[in-house]
Design a protein around this ligand. Structure first.
Ligand code: HEM
Length: 519
């Protein structure tokens, strides 16, 4: 017991520890990336924390992340042992499950739809949904925040489960965001006590154990939603109304893949959970930056006006001709990374690194936020400046080596790197082009003075994947001809939508009929 909480000699240094607790008394329970970054400036790019008997190591340089997580990925690709993960998804959640045969199978199956080539097949529905997003923002701009959430959910539910969500009020969307909320509570650092180390906690009755109640609530909602969507896929296949969606393909090859029906449902659910909230959080941040930094918006709009002009809507191919818009997207990832600490990795064997011995079972946090906000690497890192990515490939300041950098840093590390990044990039590129082409974005004005109100670019949710908190924004079409083009393109998208509309509820069908008849 005397040694519990004490930092072993072989570990990298870190904040002073207390007996038994280690650093638990100072471990941040919200916005952990800020505190981890503050400690990195004091203890260096690799330091350790003791969470009772558990060790965690925090990496805050590209060199350490590359050498440990990318190059030694055979032993650094586990996830931390978690009672919560088992209780909520029986270890079948691709993003959270341990590095095991189950993970390998799920990852292989997921990979088959998410390669750069495979995602091309899903572009028509992505383009159609992005058109609806413009349509929604045109007709009810005050609800832009939820329109974006609807978009990102509908794209993944269509691609994965073959069913779209035309409204934010569509039951699948509201259920999903309820699920995301409970899930954030379940997986916040500190939500679950160290059950592996203090097994007696397993016996705490549910009414006193918040973690047990949260797990139960999450599990119930996941099972109901994912199994329901799987049932609908099977019904469409039986009725020969297949959409070509991902789960329909998996169901047909289920025996070949050797995975259970429950695992198929959880795989779909994991893709939805990992893909929808991340994409919408990024798009919200883009809009926040456009209103907070009007000079950037102006330059990006000048570029899109030059390349696309007034007479047509943007196309994916236009992106290649827009270096400034590309730089804007890279700077948004740097300025407010969607996953500031990626997802935690864990070691399946002891690792020797820079003279330290880091034991098997250690949790590794890659501090993407700390890397992207390091003043030794980026000139004025707290300023939003896409130009930095025009003057150097990775945006680093002159004289700094960028040999360890890669553009996929925001998507994580090693064997756990995000398998959905190509699908995500298509959504990001398409919508950023559409936003800049179609709309004028500005902060609300003070009714007394008429001047713009300040935008708080720090107002983010708590959690592992913090999204901007809802914020006010004035959105108007850039011209009347663009507004009417958006209406007609929305109508033209009806065909691309139709095969994903078999299982819509009555309210959705009525809403669609009404909006289509209007034009
Ligand atoms: C802006 C959008 C996105 C960002 C920034 C993002 C970022 C990330 C990050 C940082 C990780 C953790 C990697 C690690 O552990 O090192 C991750 C994992 C994952 N992402 Fe994404 N992601 C995005 C969109 C998507 C989409 C659209 C999908 C699916 C359709 C997806 C599916 C997954 C899955 C399944 C994992 C878990 C992989 C595993 O543990 O093996 N993500 N993502």
């Amino acid at each position: 017991l005397l040694n519990v909480g004490k930092r072993e000699q072989s570990l990298p240094g870190g904040p002073p520890t207390l007996p038994l607790l280690g650093n638990l008394n100072v471990f941040p329970t919200a916005y952990a990336h800020y505190k981890f970054t503050e400690w990195a400036r004091e203890y260096g790019d690799i330091y350790s924390l003791k969470l009772g008997p558990q060790t965690a190591v925090i990496l805050t340089s590209m060199q350490a992340c590359k050498e440990l997580l990318d190059q030694q990925s055979a032993i650094t690709s586990d996830r931390p042992a978690s009672w919560m993960v088992n209780a909520t998804s029986k270890g079948l959640h691709l993003a959270l499950t341990r590095y095991s045969d189950t993970w390998r199978t799920l990852r292989k199956v997921a990979h088959s739809i998410l390669t750069p080539n495979a995602v091309v097949a899903h572009q028509p529905i992505q383009v159609a949904e992005a058109t609806q997003l413009m349509y929604d923002m045109l007709h009810s701009p005050e609800k832009f925040y939820t329109h974006i959430r609807r978009y990102s959910t509908s794209v993944i539910v269509s691609v994965v489960f073959g069913k779209r969500c035309p409204r934010y009020e569509t039951p699948d969307v509201t259920t999903f965001f309820e699920l995301v909320h409970i899930s954030e509570l379940c997986f916040e650092p500190g939500a679950e006590p160290p059950l592996e180390h203090f097994p007696f906690l397993h016996y705490v009755p549910e009414r006193w154990a918040r973690w047990k109640r949260l797990a139960k609530a999450l599990n119930e909602i996941q099972i109901k939603m994912y199994m329901g969507l799987l049932d609908e896929c099977e019904e469409r296949l039986r009725n020969k109304q297949g959409t070509g969606c991902y789960l329909e393909n998996v169901i047909e090859k289920q025996q070949e893949y050797g995975i259970s029906r429950e695992a198929v449902a959880y795989l779909g659910g994991a893709l939805l959970e990992a893909g929808a909230h991340t994409t919408s959080a990024f798009l919200h941040t883009v809009i926040m930056c456009l209103i907070a930094f009007p000079d950037v918006k102006k330059k990006a709009q000048e570029e899109i006006d030059r390349v696309v002009g007034e007479d047509r809507t943007p196309r994916m191919e236009d992106f290649e001709d827009m270096p400034y818009v590309r730089a804007l997207i890279k700077e948004t990832h740097r300025f407010r990374p969607v996953a500031p600490l990626a997802l935690p990795h864990a070691l399946t064997a002891d690792v020797s690194y820079r003279g330290y011995t880091i034991p098997k079972g250690t949790i590794i946090f890659a501090n993407t936020w700390g890397i992207y906000h390091d003043p030794e690497i980026y000139d004025d890192p707290e300023t939003f400046k896409p130009e930095r990515f025009l003057s150097s490939e990775y945006g680093v300041k002159p004289g700094v080596s960028d040999k360890d950098f890669r553009h996929t840093l925001v998507f994580g590390y090693g064997r756990r790197i995000c398998p959905g990044m190509h699908l995500a990039n298509n959504s990001i590129e398409l919508n950023v082009l559409n936003f800049l082409w179609a709309f004028e974005f500005s902060p609300p004005t003070d009714p007394k003075t008429g001047s713009y109100l300040p935008v708080d670019t720090w107002a983010y949710e708590k959690g592992v994947l913090p999204a901007p908190l809802p914020f006010p924004c004035e959105i108007t079409p850039r011209s009347a001809s663009k507004a009417s083009m958006i209406d007609s393109e929305y109508l033209a998208a009806t065909e691309a939508f139709s095969k994903f509309e078999h299982h819509l509820c009555e309210e959705d069908k009525e809403w669609l009929k009404a909006t289509r008849e209007k034009h």
